[in-house]
Ligand binder design. Structure first.
Ligand code: 4AD
Ligand code: MG
Length: 480
């Protein structure tokens, strides 16, 4: 079907040239003004129809939610709010939408709660909010690739089905084709995975890092950008069971270089969104300001969305060691007044999101990169420092989000890595290939993982991570 995207028409000079548009009806007022949206932009195009020249039956089918095709001419708009509009000469109703049924859905023209929208996730992208979020998500995804491709990185597709646990945290979804109630068993009663599809135990990947490391050891600079899965029972506004992760991995790069890369990368994609998603971000910003008005003064954020994004670009990320952070937290008011849920009383404590957000939002008031964490609370593959108790780990902490990215310089020394795997009960036979990298031309290398949905959350200002991915998966929820 030959037709022009609405985004293109809205920036075209009124020419009286014939045009064709297709879209979904957002409103039809006074039997005369059709507001049409085709998803190409947050803005609708107004189509003006002379009702006397059209069949009453056709007019009765131009209802909210219906898909229609319109032919007409692009003219200067007489009304306010738009430069151009279409004078309609022909309407074809492509797909009807029964007003009685539409009334019961989120397509009905009134404000619906985000929870309600989540229940009808198959329709929510037709709302202004989700259209804006999902267009921004798409642009950000492109910006991710653009950044790495422009900077000499190669994209590698890490496997989704794996035989290993990249994080060593045991939070994996198992994959098996064995019958649930009649699986073959070994003599000791355990399930005999040798008879399973892959002849061994397999899972959905929790991270593409280990495989990305193998590729960095040949291609130098690589990144993965794929789905990852975590069977952690976290019912929070920042956790999903299925999320997309961006993981660069760089040979001949230490932790300082890794921090530089993370900061430069995040600034690039945020700047890209500001430049390329202006209309959607303006809408989301207004939406946030409106919803903030219903909150008590103390809970309102002191910066508008786009100001918050610009703030990220204009400020250096503050680099702070874990040890310094613990000192700050120990002395902090919420710790001393026992306002934190988890009180920090000694070095070695794992930081919770409340602590991360305190450091970023209250103490430093800018993005923070914490580094040199205690070895005990971090993964086996991180490089041990000379003090023997901290590792070259880093977490990037953002306002409103907490941890947006986490990474490290990797342990490149064979013996040290073997010892760490022993200490942390990581099976060496499963990861022989990972150890091989340390035997054949090992070198200093580093990387990090950034949760794409947390980035989209930050850029769009959405409070719940379930509202920045088309079909969220979380404990007890895999609808659609
Ligand atoms: O900190 P994580 O677990 O680190 C890794 O997986 C490393 N292998 C990354 C690397 O060095 N290549 O996860 C990295 C990021 C987190 O900072 C967070 O942004 C996101 O992934 N993330 C989640 N996002 C949504 N839902 C979850 N359940 C997430 N778990 C982690
Ligand atoms: Mg982490």
């Amino acid at each position: 079907m030959q037709h022009t995207d609405i985004i293109k028409l809205l920036s075209t000079a009124p020419s009286m040239h014939p045009v064709t548009v297709c879209g979904w009806v957002r409103a039809f007022r006074s039997n005369r003004f059709i507001n049409l949206n085709d998803g190409s932009t947050i803005h609708n195009i107004q189509c003006v129809i002379d009702f006397e020249a059209f069949d009453a039956e056709i007019l009765s089918k131009i209802t909210v939610g219906a898909a229609i095709e319109i032919k007409g001419v692009l003219v200067e708009s007489q009304g306010q709010g738009q430069k151009v509009e279409i004078q309609v000469s022909e309407v074809t109703v492509l797909g009807e939408a029964d007003p009685e049924e539409v009334k019961l859905t989120i397509l009905s023209p009134k404000r619906h709660s985000l929870e309600k929208l989540r229940e009808q996730a198959h329709l929510r992208v037709r709302t202004n909010t989700f259209g804006a979020v999902m267009r921004t998500r798409s642009k950000l995804s492109f910006a991710v690739h653009e950044y790495f491709q422009k900077n000499g990185f190669y994209h590698m597709h890490s496997p989704i089905i794996t035989g290993s646990d990249a994080e060593g945290a045991g939070e994996m979804f198992k994959i098996s084709n064995l019958p649930h109630n009649n699986a073959p068993v070994n003599e000791d009663g355990t399930i005999d995975y040798k008879q399973d599809f892959f002849g061994k135990e397999t899972n959905l990947t929790v991270s593409g890092q280990l495989e990305a490391e193998t590729y960095a050891m040949g291609l130098g600079k690589v990144y993965t950008f794929g789905p990852t899965f975590r069977a952690e029972n976290s019912n929070t506004s920042r956790h999903l069971a299925e999320f997309w992760m961006i993981e660069p991995e760089v040979a001949f790069c230490d932790l300082a270089g890794n921090m530089d890369l993370a900061e430069d990368f995040i600034k690039y994609v945020v700047a890209y969104a500001l430049e390329n998603c202006a209309d959607d971000l303006a809408f989301l910003e207004k939406r946030l300001i409106d919803s903030e008005k219903t909150k008590p003064q103390a809970e309102r954020s002191d910066m508008a969305l786009t100001d918050k994004l610009k703030f990220i670009l204009e400020n250096n990320f503050k680099r702070v060691t874990y040890t310094e952070a613990i000192e700050i937290l120990k002395r902090s008011k919420p710790n001393q007044k026992k306002k934190f849920k988890y009180i920090i009383d000694e070095w070695g404590a794992d930081l919770q999101s409340e602590h991360e957000r305190f450091l970023v939002e209250k103490h430093f008031k800018c993005p923070v990169i914490l580094f040199d964490y205690p070895a005990k609370i971090k993964s086996f593959y991180m490089r041990l420092n000379d003090d023997g108790k901290t590792v070259r780990a880093m977490d990037v902490l953002f306002p409103g989000i907490g941890e947006i990215a986490g990474g490290s310089q990797r342990e490149e020394r064979y013996e040290v890595l073997v010892q760490k795997m022993k200490d942390m009960n990581i099976p060496q036979d499963e990861l022989y290939w990972y150890l091989d990298l340390r035997k054949f031309g090992t070198c200093v290398h580093s990387g990090f993982g950034l949760g794409f949905e947390r980035l989209v959350q930050f850029v769009t200002g959405m409070g719940n991570i379930r509202d920045v991915i088309p079909y969220p998966r979380s404990p007890g929820n895999a609808e659609f």
